[in-house]
Design a protein around this ligand. Structure first.
Ligand code: NDP
Length: 702
């Protein structure tokens, strides 16, 4: 066999570099053969003939066809990997490192017809041949890990995996289409340009978010007064932490007496200018603020998730959007605010003016920080008031961004101010004689304290307080729907929702089936990293609050409630660093149990059973709270009758916890005073001035 190398000659030569070159020669011959005949049509004999070697030599080196093909595939993959390493060695910046991955994968040598066909042939076999699959997995994950590493300083942490996968998909997709179109669609140059352009656009969008996040977390946060950030005189600060990780997000300056005085003076001056503007002009500013909120939804949602521990799945569709909805709703109302004309006979007429109250202090809870700030600011500002807002100390970050957004939208300086701190800062507002109204969202006890302080200067108050609301499931209810309602009523925001229906009364006829379906769906819920878009239940607000919730769970067990599911802290992997509690359901609960009487404000549902309507209505009402209530039944007459008899400010029939801005929201009994949202809110942010206009001479008896 002239010109053909045999095993004997090879063994005689016994030379490593010759072996390598022989292997290379065979692999090249294999690529050529595949390019010509396709994967299936290629045989070892054809490769041997093309490579000028004997078939037994190929078997010696590679065992069989699959062994040889594996080596070929490895060679193709290694070439790309080497290309990345060489280019990344020269890359000076993270962006250049991404470019190295793009350039290596879409290099001219990957665009020649011979290589292209070989790649396609292998990709066609990857599904069927485990060795190929392993190589492909390594190849794919190596690209992703290179990209992720380079992306880390460029995009927000939770967007890194998704962005890396997107760039990798673009690279492969562009290459695949080019190859399948026989390079008529793109070549190496245009493909690299195309992908680079898309990457630049993605990174530009991410850069805005990164800047906001760095500004919002990386430095000391100051009070926002009179249109800008001010240095606090006292120098006292507090930390705000991410409850999912325990990591400190920011240091925040506390507003003391000097800052409160500054804020009140600024609000007084700003309010005069703001109240003189027409309703339409004020509405325009609020609409612009809503537009900006929506435009910055991504970064604001992320900030809210970092500060509260709530899943990004929620904050990205509810918190910012609900705030924007509220601003738009009251923007629309602003231009229609008016008093009325009153006919008083031929000698006179009267009219009323609907005037702002002046300066309103908003004091927020930590569960919906941005939404609460918007729900208070929107009606207050629409009516021509100025606002000084104090966020809960646990969640001070997004209100500051809202202040910046208002300024950008054209709100005059001083009309919206943010002061930070604990209850002491809140009390400086509630006790300040220059402030005309307090709107608080918080606990019942705080509501009492605020009202007592406000009484000294007879301030108006709106109180949105806690609850222990009932949800009634009648025997004719659509059970799946009722289970959905119960889940929404208990586990949204990890149960940290004031209006939650935590006392779930289920008719005894359907109790067993209801519990079966409820357990199944609860156990399928995903507790996890709040920044992961798949997470449904995030972290509770703080270790102290988590311990309080866990102590209620222990109380439930001790009192003899039957634990259906959950019942413990969630500790798997990284969750152990944060404040996670398993969604928990107790059945066989009784009205007098502590877990049934007290607001837990965590993911703990109490299921109770009942027999008849009067009984359940009486039990549902047997509480000092009255924030909300829900009824699940197919019987419309019963639904309205029961709702009419329930002592609650906000009710749902066949739903739970939806709060459209158009409907007033608030509680009765000890769950609150006044209403937010809807036209009703206007009553709480304006006062009526009555004007008598005489048309005839005064008929005086003196
Ligand atoms: P808190 O009552 O503890 O705090 C609410 C706000 O009031 C915080 O900003 C707090 O400051 C401040 N504050 C506390 N004491 C005083 C005081 N004496 N004078 C003035 N301000 C004071 O409520 P949480 O933040 O713990 O929120 C959870 C509670 O809020 C739950 O009971 C929940 O039901 C209720 N809530 C009600 C809603 C409704 O619309 N009805 C909606 C959402 C929640 P700091 O925390 O910084 O010390």
């Amino acid at each position: 066999m002239i010109g053909v190398i045999t095993i004997t000659t090879l063994v005689q030569q016994n030379n490593g570099s010759t072996e390598d070159s022989r292997r290379g020669q065979i692999i090249d011959a294999a690529i050529d053969t595949i390019a010509e005949l396709g994967y299936v049509g290629t045989t070892l004999a054809q490769i041997a003939a093309r490579g000028g070697v004997s078939a037994p030599l190929i078997s010696h080196y590679f065992h069989d066809k699959n062994g040889l093909m594996e080596a070929v595939f490895r060679k193709l993959v290694q070439r790309v990997a080497r290309g990345v390493v060489v280019r990344q060695g020269r890359a000076q910046t993270p962006r250049a490192q991404i470019q190295a991955v793009i350039d290596a994968n879409l290099a001219p040598e990957e665009f020649d017809s011979r290589t292209g066909i070989a790649w396609l042939a292998f990709w066609g076999q990857v599904i069927h041949i485990p060795q190929f699959r392993r190589i492909q997995v390594v190849y794919q994950s190596r690209i992703l890990s290179n990209l992720r590493h380079a992306l880390r300083p460029l995009v927000p942490a939770h967007e890194v995996p998704e962005t890396a996968a997107m760039i990798a998909a673009m690279i492969d997709g562009v290459w695949l289409r080019a190859t399948l179109s026989d390079w008529s669609e793109t070549n190496s140059d245009s493909a690299r340009l195309m992908v680079s352009h898309q990457v630049d656009m993605t990174l530009a969008a991410a850069q805005g978010k990164m800047q906001i996040l760095q500004r919002a977390t990386g430095q000391v946060q100051k009070n926002f007064i009179n249109g800008g950030f001010v240095n606090a005189v006292g120098g006292e600060t507090f930390e705000t932490r991410n409850p999912a990780t325990g990591v400190v997000l920011s240091i925040v300056e506390i507003a003391g007496a000097p800052e409160i005085e500054q804020a009140v003076a600024a609000a007084r001056a700003g309010q005069r200018i703001w109240a003189r503007m027409t309703g339409a002009q004020r509405g325009r500013v609020l609409n612009e603020a809503a537009r900006l909120l929506r435009a910055k939804n991504g970064e604001l949602a992320m900030l809210e998730t970092l500060d509260t521990g709530k899943p990004i799945q929620e904050t990205s569709v509810v918190d910012v959007a609900s705030g924007a909805d509220c601003l738009e709703y009251f923007a629309g109302i602003a231009s229609g605010l008016a008093g009325e004309q009153v006919d008083l006979g031929p000698a006179a007429f009267g009219y009323t003016r609907r005037e702002p109250l002046g300066i309103v202090a908003g004091i927020g809870a930590w569960n919906y920080p941005l939404q609460i700030a918007c729900w208070k600011a929107a009606p207050a500002l629409a009516c021509g008031n100025a606002m000084i807002f104090k966020p809960a100390e646990m969640t001070p970050l997004t209100a500051l961004r809202l202040a910046e957004i208002f300024k950008e939208a054209g709100l005059p300086d001083g009309v919206f101010n943010v002061v930070q701190g604990f209850a002491a800062t809140g009390r400086m507002l509630t006790q300040h004689p220059g402030i005309h109204k307090i709107s608080l969202t918080g606990e019942v006890g705080t509501g009492r304290a605020v009202m007592a302080d406000a009484a000294a200067s007879l301030k108006h108050v709106t109180l949105e307080l806690g609850g222990k609301s009932p949800l009634l499931v009648f025997e004719d209810a659509d059970l799946d729907n009722a289970v959905s309602g119960a889940l929404l009523a208990n586990f949204y925001s990890a149960g940290e929702v004031c209006s939650n229906g935590t006392r779930v009364f289920v008719h005894e006829q359907v109790r067993a089936e209801f519990l079966r379906r409820l357990k199944l769906r609860t156990e399928a819920m995903r507790v996890g990293d709040p920044l992961d878009p798949a997470t449904q239940v995030g972290a509770l607000i703080s270790p102290a609050h988590m311990n309080k919730v866990l102590s209620y769970i222990e109380a439930g067990k001790a009192e003899g409630a039957a634990l259906v599911t959950g019942g413990a802290r969630a500790m798997a992997g990284a969750l152990a660093q944060g404040c996670f509690v398993e969604p928990t359901i107790f059945a066989d609960c009784h009205d007098e149990m502590k877990i049934v009487r007290e607001e837990i404000f965590g993911p703990v549902m109490c299921v109770l059973s009942f027999r008849d309507e009067d009984e359940v209505v009486a039990r549902a009402n047997a509480t000092r709270f009255g924030l909300s209530a829900g009824v699940f039944t197919q019987d419309l007459t019963r639904a309205h009758r029961v709702i009419a008899n329930l002592e609650a400010g906000t009710c749902w029939i066949n739903h739970f916890n939806v709060t459209p801005i158009e409907l007033p929201f608030g509680g009765v009994k000890q769950s609150g005073l006044g209403r937010e949202n809807g036209k009703a809110a206007i009553e709480h942010y304006t006062q009526i001035k009555s004007v008598y206009v005489a048309l005839e001479k005064i008929d005086a008896p003196y």
